[in-house]
Write a protein that binds this ligand. Structure first.
Ligand code: SF4
Length: 547
């Protein structure tokens, strides 16, 4: 009988990689492939599954090898899972006694419980070895009797990504898993030291994965049932395959080939999205960037988001932290993505920018927050759309300049008022612009159940959808927007079955509200739209109602 290895997924979140459910990080798949290559039968377990059923520790004890992948180097809030805490990791290290225990991933850079706290690098007790560098390669070295360390080498990891792709079938969200695809590692802006707070320059100058390697992995994942993909493991998708230099010009020909190859490998895919995009690349290479964006839009699926690491609109903070783009460059990039991606398909914009702000950086003053607010008002007043504004406090890691030079704790009150400003003055109008009432969102997956259920589409930064109904987890439904929150929308499943809709949901119908709920209920069943309109009037969602 072959030895058994368990991969325990404590989840990862890095500036250029997400592995919190429904996302599955590339690390999990390549580690699975390396284990298979060494003759192991591989089992997969998430930290959330272990929290829900601690008795599953017995399974871990029975295994021959435990490989935990974990580490968060950017603060985030998650609906689909909660990354392993340092305490949990250490408990696992001490409580699991049977197998050899290895741990790898960005946890090697350090650990902080949340944004605004310094990440402490420390020995993780209870484990036999820390996999240093690329987890799959370090694991391969360990299993070969060598030091458990190793740098990324796509010639080794590409075959493992194919053989390890089968692991997704064991994911608790399967088949609704989002496969994070790696196209590059390391950041070209690192040539000048990189942004003060970022861990991506730890990976060195960019190395690009071959289109053939990526396409072969997608084909393998597709064979195992994957239908949702995000080309997200890279600092700047527009720089894929670009030449040397800090801000290389995009290669639209390569991006077209990359995305068309993914399509060919996964012909019936349902989601193909992107993530990080450097606004400085767009502002400095406008025409090539437009061509590159068009290439992506030709092959992706709509509702896509190009996340801009803006961080601040304050030139002093930009200078003090070697940040990549000036506010005017970011503004120009927002305009260009709106021009190229603002048209709608399947009811939602093809591609919109997202903005990330980081607070607590060196050089920050009260004025920084004013400049941030003024910038966002400028975007709003220009009629531009931004899919989301993400505000975080820096999580400084040892080895980055922000570790010793930051302003954490100095503007707490202003940080809070800035967040509140963005929620009320920017997020709400942007949601109203991007998801007007009556918009039908396709394939919303229910993730949280209750009187008010919550779901999302699978995608890059999907909007949180509140559904005022009890729905089963993993229900997939189209949903029509009926109201907006600050960071979410309220929607009803389509078709809206007016004659059986619960009272709690009827109040959300446009034109009904709390006042007319009783009248609508009293007049049910309605024979058709005309009868309904006599009570509630006409509305933009009439076409999706059923009687
Ligand atoms: S541009 Fe800055 S934030 Fe983006 S990956 Fe490079 S160093 Fe990190």
């Amino acid at each position: 009988m072959s030895p058994v290895a368990v991969i325990l997924d404590g989840y990862v979140d890095e500036p250029a990689c997400l592995g919190v459910p429904p996302y599955v990080s590339p690390y999990i798949r390549t580690v699975a492939g390396a284990l298979i290559a060494h003759g192991y039968t591989v089992q997969y377990l998430t930290i959330d599954q272990l929290r829900l059923a601690p008795m599953r520790t017995v399974e871990l004890n029975r295994a021959d090898l435990l490989v935990m992948i974990s580490g968060v180097t950017v603060p985030g809030k998650y609906l689909g899972g909660t990354p392993a805490t340092l305490t949990e990791i250490q408990q696992i290290g001490h409580m699991v006694r049977g197998p050899k225990k290895l741990i790898g991933g960005p946890i090697g850079f350090g650990y902080a419980a949340e944004g605004g706290q310094k990440a402490i690098r420390q020995v993780i007790s209870g484990f036999d070895a820390l996999l240093t560098g690329e987890p799959a390669i370090a694991l391969d070295n360990y299993l070969g009797g060598n030091v458990p360390a190793g740098a990324l080498d796509y010639t080794l990891t590409d075959p493992w990504s194919i053989s390890g792709s089968v692991i997704i079938t064991q994911h608790p969200d399967y088949p609704y898993v989002m496969c994070e695809l790696e196209t590059a590692r390391g950041c070209s802006h690192g040539a000048s030291g990189g942004c003060s707070f970022c861990t991506e320059p730890f990976y060195g100058q960019p190395r690009y994965r071959s289109i053939e390697g990526i396409a072969a992995e997608v084909a393998a994942l597709y064979t195992h049932g994957a239908r949702h993909f995000r080309v997200g493991r890279q600092p700047d998708i527009l720089a894929y395959g670009a030449g040397a230099g800090e801000y290389p010009a995009p290669r639209p020909d390569l991006l077209d080939k990359l995305f068309s190859s993914i399509r060919t490998s996964a012909p019936e895919l349902k989601t193909l999205h992107i993530d990080n995009t450097n606004p400085a690349t767009i502002a400095r290479h406008e025409e090539k960037s437009r061509e590159a964006l068009r290439a992506i839009i030709r092959h992706h699926t709509s509702g896509d988001v190009a996340a801009f690491g803006m961080e601040t609109a304050d030139p002093s903070v930009i200078a003090a932290n070697n940040l990549k783009a000036q506010p005017d460059e970011v503004f120009r990039a927002i305009e260009i993505v709106n021009e190229e991606g603002g048209m709608r398909r399947d009811n939602v914009p093809e591609l919109l920018p997202g903005l990330n702000f980081v607070c607590g950086l060196a050089g920050e003053t009260e004025k920084t927050y004013e400049l941030n607010e003024q910038f966002l008002v400028r975007v709003r007043e220009a009629g531009l759309s931004v899919r989301r504004v993400n505000i975080r406090q820096v999580m400084p890691f040892e080895g980055t300049p922000a570790y010793t030079n930051n302003t954490l704790g100095r503007h707490e009150q202003r940080f809070r008022t800035f967040k509140e400003f963005v929620r009320t003055k920017i997020d709400l109008p942007m949601l109203q612009r991007v998801f007007p009432i009556g918009t039908v969102l396709r394939d919303v997956r229910v993730e949280v159940t209750g009187d008010l259920s919550f779901g999302r589409q699978l995608g890059s930064y999907p909007i949180l959808v509140g559904l005022p109904l009890q729905l089963l987890r993993n229900t997939i439904t189209d949903a029509v927007v009926v109201d907006w929150g600050m960071r979410s929308i309220t929607a009803l499943p389509v078709p809206v079955k007016i004659n059986t809709l619960p009272a709690s949901a009827i109040r959300w119908l446009p034109g009904v509200g709390k006042k007319k709920v009783a009248a609508v209920i009293a007049k049910r069943p309605f024979a058709g739209i005309e009868a309904y309109r006599k009570v509630a009037g006409s509305s933009v969602i009439d076409s999706v109602m059923k009687y």
